[in-house]
Structures are given as C-alpha cells and as structure tokens.
Design a protein around this ligand. Structure first.
Ligand code: URA
Length: 435
C-alpha cells in the first residue's frame, strides 16, 4: 500500500477500505508518513467527507494507535466529558472536580487550543508546575488515590489523534464532521471512560455553525460511542458569544476558581451544573436529573468541588498558592478597559472574533510549535441582551505589548454590536441527543 494512492483515492471521492485507513493512521502515528502527506490527506477528507463506516474505522484506528486504558480495576464506573471546542470554555475545570467530589471518578485527557478555541491543557498550564504529561501508570495511580485526573493527551494514548489534531490546527482542516467525530471519540474510547457527556457547541464561535450541523455531529458521536459500548449523551450548547466573561488561559483559570467559589458568571455556572448533572445521572450517582442537579449544586455550595480542584492541582504538581491567591497566576503587562462607544442593547458579541483576537494576543497558536502566553486575553463585561451604558467598560484587554493591545482592542470592539432595540438573551442549551 502507498500513502499517495490513498490520498489520491480520497481526493477523487473514493471510499477508503478499513485496511487503507488503518495503514494511513498507523503510518502517520509511527512517523512513517510525513506531515505533508497527512496534511494533503486531511484536506481530501475535509473536502470529500467520509461515510459512517469510514468514520468508525478511522475512530477505531486512531483509538488503537496507542494504549487502550481499562480502568475497571480502579473504579467500577468512570465518567468523562468532552467539548467540541468553544471560546471561554473553561467548563472542564469546574465540572471535573465537581463530579469527582460527588464520588464519581473522572479520568480525563484534555486537549490543546484548536484554531480560535481554547484548550483545557493550555489553561491548566497557567498554574505554575501543573503537569499535563502524566504517563499511564501515573494516570492510574492518581485516579485510584483521589478520583480525578485532568491531564494532556499522553504519548501513549491515541497518538494518531495527538498528531493529526496539531496538524489540523494549522492546515485549515478543523471543522469537518468525520475528523471531529474521530478525534473526540478515539480519545474517549482509548481513555477507558464508561460514560461520556459531550458538550457540542454551535454558533459562530464553534466549529459547527448551524444547529443542523451540530445535530449531525452530536448524533454521529452518540451512535459511535454506543457502538463502542459506552453510555453517551450529547448536549448542544450555544457558542455565539463567549461562555462566561473571560477568554484567555490564566484569566479562564481565575474565572473557574471564582465559579468554584460560587461567584462566577451566571451562564457559566448554569452550563456547568447541567453538564455535571448529566454526568452524575449517567454515572449512576443520582436516580434522575433533578436529584443530580441538586447534588451538583450542593457540591458547589459546600466547597467540596473547590477542595477537589485544590487536591487535583496539588496531585499534578501545581503550585496551590497560585489558585488560593489567583493574583499569583500569570498577569499581562498591559491591562486596558475599553469604554462602550454608545448606550443601547448588546445585539451581538461575536465569539469567533473574540477568540481570534486572543490567539493574536499570543493566547493560542498560529503555528504548530508556537509557545503561548498564558497571561493574555480578553474579559467581556456585557452579554447579548444586556443594556450597555456609554463610557462604562465594555471589555478589558490583557496584552503583552502595545501593538497587540491596539489590534485586539479594535477587533473586539468590532465584535460588539450595540443597537437601540431590546434583544433576546441567547439560550444556554438548544437540545439533548441520546440513543
Ligand atoms: N475537540 C477535539 O478533541 N477534537 C476536535 O476535532 C474538535 C474538538
């Protein structure tokens, strides 16, 4: 078999066999197939799509490209959640400790930023010392000891996805349904979770721009996970404006900390409680959704979720002082509040523009090996539907230098549309998808 034949077959709209997919995925994971051929293949898949059978074969080949964890000897049931990517999405930082505090083990491999969206592994690395490179043995030992792991994708787990994910980020091949399905589900299947809640984002700040596309993606992932013997539920959530107020790595960790202390933004809190309740119900910790929601709320108000987050940071080598006194987290050199140019109702707060502005500030990657600046970002002060007062801070830019600050200020200002007429608030969730 030759990589070039497989690329050409997909380029011409052919359906790849299981053997061809296996050959390509294993070859790329091992380094036998170079980046330029993988990039070309990704573009062919992006443009031509894949059948359900090809997507399943791709997912399983990616899952099998490394170790497949079996956690049943440590915990009878483990749950995981995964977001398809958004702007200001720090949900895992709150939900994982919240669910683990309820006694349901959470074993999670988190991702890096992708395009204009942030990644939990990058956010966690704003905490000095926090390790996102646990190996298999460390992963298992920590899960057994404290019931929670939030680590990056190790070299041993779904390495094909780790490499393809980074390549997609810089080759314009992110938002193709078969590539997202296989990327998300290969990791989840390899990491051994029994129950999985998928947080599928839709809107301008998501990879799926329409509800119909988000439904197709959610249904495909639920089908595939069920086929692989996992319990899977997907929630389709709004991503037309950032989630919460903060966008940028350390700024989002700070916002997660305030939410764990019960004083974060209302939309973020509600989003987290609903995802946590789904995880608790799916993991058998509550008889129904309302019992699960009450349990999740208790864990926040009792401080147990915060204590579990603290335990997690300590176990993974992070400096606990930096989360107890968040002013110790990385701080940008320049912090500038930008006043609202007029009064009126906020009609739009374009999430993709805010996310892209944060990438340009240095908070995300434009090239595969770029280092990111954890301190930079944007904090918005109004949400769609709010009444804005001229001259009050509309948003605040956290930047490393003047030129980047100016560019971000202009871009984020243009992302806000203020009008005279009242505007309906955006929903938090649109739909739940289950088998
Ligand atoms: N999250 C992933 O893990 N992969 C994608 O392709 C998109 C979001």
């Amino acid at each position: 078999m030759h990589a070039t034949d497989i690329i050409a077959k997909k380029r011409d709209g052919g359906e790849l066999s299981r053997e061809e997919i296996e050959f390509f995925v294993q070859g790329y994971a091992k380094g036998d197939i170079p980046d330029y051929q993988a990039a070309s293949w990704l573009m062919a898949v992006f443009l031509r799509g894949m059948s359900d059978r090809e997507t399943l074969d791709l997912t399983m080949a990616m899952a099998r490209s490394g170790d497949m964890l079996d956690l049943s000897d440590i915990a009878p049931v483990t749950v995981d959640k995964h977001s398809t990517g958004g702007v200001g999405d720090k949900v895992s930082l709150i939900v994982a400790p919240l669910v683990a505090a309820c006694g349901l083990p959470v074993a999670k491999m988190t991702g890096r930023g992708l395009g204009f969206t942030g990644g939990t592994a990058d956010k966690l690395e704003s905490i000095p010392g926090y390790r996102t490179d646990l190996n298999d043995a460390e992963f298992r030992a920590q899960l057994a000891k404290i019931g929670i792991v939030l680590t990056g994708q190790s070299a041993d787990l779904a390495p094909a996805d780790r490499r393809l994910y980074a390549l997609r980020d810089v080759t314009g091949t992110i938002n193709a349904i078969p590539l997202i399905v296989s990327s998300v589900m290969s990791k989840k299947i390899a990491a051994g979770a029994d129950a999985i809640v998928l947080d599928v984002k839709v809107g301008n700040g998501a990879f799926m721009k329409t509800l119909a596309d988000a439904e197709t993606l959610a249904e495909a992932m639920v089908r595939l996970g069920t086929h692989a013997g996992r319990r899977v539920v997907a929630l389709i959530a709004d991503m037309n404006q950032p989630l919460g107020w903060a966008v940028g790595n350390a700024l989002e960790v700070k916002e997660a900390i305030t939410t764990l202390h019960e004083s974060g933004p209302a939309d973020l809190r509600e989003h987290c409680l609903v995802i946590a309740a789904e995880m608790l119900a799916l993991g058998g910790k509550a008889a129904d959704k309302s019992e699960a929601l009450a349990l999740a709320m208790d864990m926040l108000s009792s401080g147990d979720a915060w204590q579990k987050f603290r335990e997690l940071v300590e176990a993974q080598g992070g400096d606990v002082r930096a989360i107890e006194e968040p002013e110790r987290l990385p701080q940008a050199r320049l912090i500038e509040p930008v006043p609202a140019p007029r009064s009126g109702y906020l009609a739009e707060l374009n999430a993709v523009e805010v996310g892209s502005a944060v990438v340009e500030l240095g908070g995300g990657r434009e090239q595969k090996d770029d280092l990111i600046d954890h301190s930079v970002g944007v904090v918005v002060h109004y949400k769609v539907g709010d009444l804005v007062q001229k001259g009050t801070p509309l948003f605040t830019v956290h930047a490393g230098d003047e030129a980047k600050l100016t560019a971000a200020r202009e871009r984020v200002l243009a992302a806000h549309t203020i009008g005279d007429d009242p505007v309906q608030r955006l929903p938090i969730f649109y739909k739940r998808v289950a088998e």
